[in-house]
Design a protein around this ligand. Structure first.
Ligand code: DC
Length: 237
């Protein structure tokens, strides 16, 4: 039995968060950006002086994390991360976090320790969940799985624009190099590497606006729903 979840996986800066957040708002669902879990743990490691490859040190920090999938009525309609009663979401997109987060995310014991937290953050309701291993590990029973992709150039352009919009300086070439480095780390790691789930629909977003991608996914969802309803009707379930 599949769950009412749309899983959106894909490489860094493919548009998963923008698309996922808008899609969730349209459907009136919760949205969970799971990259923030790994970012929050990296942020905590920096605060506590724990090296990014110190597995036991990182595991001790895991209980400090509190993650919430934003409900659609909330102002940001996005995932929020709390640490010690303080919301730290905005600090998590810093380049200092970008530099270390793949090292944190590649450790099998860390990934295993964070599975329950991610499932809990979604709860029972329908949700859009974005990440790298959502359709393969976290919610393999998601009713619709999307793999969002884009060329490294397009992704570097988007990341640079996002940084510039927050007043940070960004060079296109540096962003492209950082993205390629993270792609390599994310897809070559042994624990839950970035892969396309066999039942995922791949969408290449070069030349598409976020709105066009959202519409495409909504159409796929509507088709998926009518197929599953049709099937349930045919078998009398
Ligand atoms: O999507 P993002 O850039 O916020 O992801 C940050 C890092 O976390 C990135 O290196 C990949 C990793 N990640 C992961 O391994 N599994 C996920 N479900 C989400 C993110």
């Amino acid at each position: 039995m599949s769950r009412e979840i749309i899983a959106i996986d894909g490489p860094a800066a493919a548009g998963k968060t923008t698309v996922g957040r808008r899609l969730a708002a349209r459907l009136g669902w919760r949205f969970l950006d799971t990259g923030l879990v790994y970012r929050a743990l990296t942020w905590l490691a920096h605060q506590h002086g724990v090296p990014a490859d110190d597995t036991p040190g990182l595991l001790r920090l895991v209980p400090l994390l509190d993650l919430r999938a934003g409900a659609p009525h909330e102002a940001k309609s996005a995932t929020t991360v709390w640490i010690g009663g303080q919301e730290v979401t905005d600090a998590l997109r810093d380049p200092a976090i970008d530099a270390d987060v793949s090292l944190v995310a590649r450790q099998p014991a860390i990934r295993a320790a964070l599975i329950a937290l991610q499932r809990r953050a979604v709860g029972d309701g329908p949700a859009v969940v974005a990440g790298r291993d959502i359709g393969t590990v976290i919610f393999p029973d998601a009713r619709l799985k999307i793999y969002l992709d884009a060329s490294p150039e397009e992704r570097a352009r988007r990341r640079a624009a996002e940084l510039a919009s927050r007043g940070a300086s960004a060079s296109l070439e540096a962003e492209r190099a950082a993205i390629l480095r993270r792609d390599a780390l994310d897809s070559q790691r042994t624990a839950a590497p970035l892969t396309v789930a066999p039942d995922a629909v791949r969408i290449v977003t070069d030349g598409l606006t976020a709105e066009q991608v959202v519409e495409r996914i909504q159409t796929l969802w509507a088709q998926r729903q009518s197929t599953s309803t049709g099937r349930a009707g045919a078998t009398g379930q």
